[in-house]
Design a protein around this ligand. Sequence first.
Ligand code: PRX
Length: 662
Amino acid sequence: MAEQDTKVTAAYSGNEEVYPPSDSFRSKAHVASMEEYEEMWQRSVDDPESFWREKADRIDWFEPFETVKNVSYEPRNVSIKWYEEGVLNACYNAVDRHLDERADQTAFIYEPNDPNTEEAQHITYAELHENVCKFANILKKNGVKKGDRVTIYLPMIPAAAYAMLACARIGAPHSVVFAGFSPDSLSDRILDCESTFLITADEGVRATKTVPLKENADQALEKCPDVETVLVVQRTGGDIDWTEGRDIWYHEELSTVDAECECEPMNAEDPLFILYTSGSTGKPKGVLHTTGGYCVFTSLTHEYVFDYHEGDVFWCTADVGWITGHSYIVYGPLINGATQVFFEGTPTYPDASRLWDVVDKHDVNIFYTAPTAIRALMRQGDEYVEKTDRSSLRVLGTVGEPINPEAWRWYYNKVGNGKCPIVDTWWQTETGGIMITPLPGAVAQKPGAASKPFFGIQPEVVDNAGNIQEGACEGVLTIADSWPGQMRTVYKNHERFQNTYFSQFPGKYFTGDGCRRDEDGYYWITGRVDDVLNVSGHRIGTAELESALVAHDQVAEAAVVGFPHEVKGQGIYAYVTLLKDVDPSEELRDELVQYVREHIGPIAKPDFIQFTPSLPKTRSGKIMRRIIRKIAAGEFDDLGDTSTLADPGVVEELIDERKGMS
Ligand code: PRX
């Protein structure tokens, strides 16, 4: 351990480990002390109007705004507007405005799946501009107009970023669907946002496998008769089916369009994109983000949270199919004119040194990944890290789920050699950007704590009745006021938006997460308080999993819960009751696992299926999830009150079956 690791300053209470930023880091940091952070944070919440007015200067506006903020959290009348008279274009901010000064600077270093057969490619801002303009012209030529929703189902190839930026350029909101999702998940999302234009690839590549994207898209489109055009990017050249009159090749279209395309002037509150995410009930909801506030918030958080400086090489390992890829691969860093690694590969291919090899190959300074990747690599052994250099690294980050202190320490000591602060960033698809995090030059880190609110963010911990908790406490995390990157609505369902986020605790945004605040005012996220699972940092609603299972013709009932999983954080545990005349079998178990995989996608694959003749229910027929969660976790001793169960004997049976499985 480096010397500064063990330094615990007297300002912090308790016995926890505390890792203050080193003097050398602080000497170059944007925010260099706790006092400075606290002073800025206080100002940002005392006078949000002036704070956010000033910060809006960082982006280019075609027409200025007058009103900074116009927000109502009134539960039946939620309305969120930022910079509402302003006119701008997100693509202009991410690309065009850099051309004078950084045309020849690399925007993306595309690092392909297989380093042994394919070379990395440097794409400059000028090349990015040309590619995006051409892409936008292809969209226009094929009938896409301002306001049309375009669905993007692509692997991590540069065309995915071109497609998103091209949509932003012409004012067509994009809906990116993660390429790991199944045909059913894709068709649900296309139908919900009524998109008539789909962009996909022939195949994706992941480690040694190919992913049949066009085939999945063809299958999805059987249910989407309104899709008129499918633009296909060639990635592998593999064989695919072709529908004449509907399918068009990107590379063929490219030669028919020119390389200039005006940016559409957009109102600050015009939609920029829709991104579907799982909730505790029903189908995934279309989280809608708008233009002005999102550009300000993502670029500001990118600069401060990662202590990004001109010339840094930034690498966020996320996929553009998730919010992390939207905010910290495409919009935030590009608006700041950054150079970034754009990674198609996986952490363990060709071997478990891959991430660190890429860090060395491209001299990465800031590295941002998910705890699940860290845990998976930690299990492979230190030698894969130790044989690499990593001396270019300056800041490390994590996102998506709580990081356990053991993984944190490994990341800190092994990957960062004890010299890089770790920013544990808590945020959500809905928040648009990072909300709670230690600023690396200012806030001492505690392993496992998301720490302190970003500027303008006012967390409030409440009890179940909504009473605000003071000082050190534990409860539900809410946010007291709006911030510019906040989602504006659920696409076509404002009612669901209000009910999901603003009805539980009137006047506050409900995050769905539990948290603890310690004596030093640090926030520790304890996980979801609703029926949403977090599997390898991916959100999956138990309701979605349950409806996939009961769709199988031999299943009568299903209840899904999470259980602690060493690598994934949470695993998926399904209790399944079969129809009366169906016998449980290993074959049926495998078939059900496969069935869920096919209906939602590989990330939703159950880890365990327990067949059970019945489930513990209250007398009113409600499944007691608290109990089945404990049984799934193997915690049989402390099941709490079971007296309200309709048939308490069910619990004993479940426990016996569970014991028989492990
Ligand atoms: O439970 C929290 C967890 O991930 C949820 C948001 O998931 P999603 O919308 O998919 O966005 C993930 C990437 C921003 C949250 O409600 N979560 C996210 N970051 C953290 C976290 N839990 C603990 N610590 C974090 N740093």
